[in-house]
Design a protein around this ligand. Structure first.
Ligand code: FES
Length: 106
């Protein structure tokens, strides 16, 4: 059973934005898409760019380094779905946003 960690309040991450948070020593990119929260590995698989600092357009974040894009709901690159980032479960408790690392997180 993954352990959920409080990383922010819902008000701290307005719709259409994201940020980088720490979950058990791992940097995770957390996004608010129209009131739904999604979390993925912060480290871009291209060259390590910080996805939590990328521009969010709908469900797609663009890496601030070289522009690779990832769907924050599925972790897949729209241009090449064989390239992915790991997704993390997110839950809301009251106004607290909580994220857990999945057991297979790499
Ligand atoms: S490091 Fe993300 S696109 Fe290059």
């Amino acid at each position: 059973m993954p352990e959920f960690v409080t990383v922010a309040t819902a008000e701290e991450i307005p719709p259409g934005t994201g940020r980088t948070v720490e979950v058990q020593g791992v940097w995770i990119a957390l996004f608010n898409v129209d009131g739904s929260f999604y979390a993925v590995d912060n480290t871009c698989p291209h060259a390590g760019g910080p996805l939590g600092e990328g521009h969010l357009d709908g469900h797609v974040v663009e890496c601030p380094r070289h522009g690779w894009r990832f769907n924050v709901q599925t972790g897949e690159r729209p241009e090449n779905p064989t390239i992915t980032v790991d997704c993390c479960p997110v839950r809301i408790e009251g106004n607290q946003v909580q994220v857990a690392l999945p057991e297979n997180f790499s």
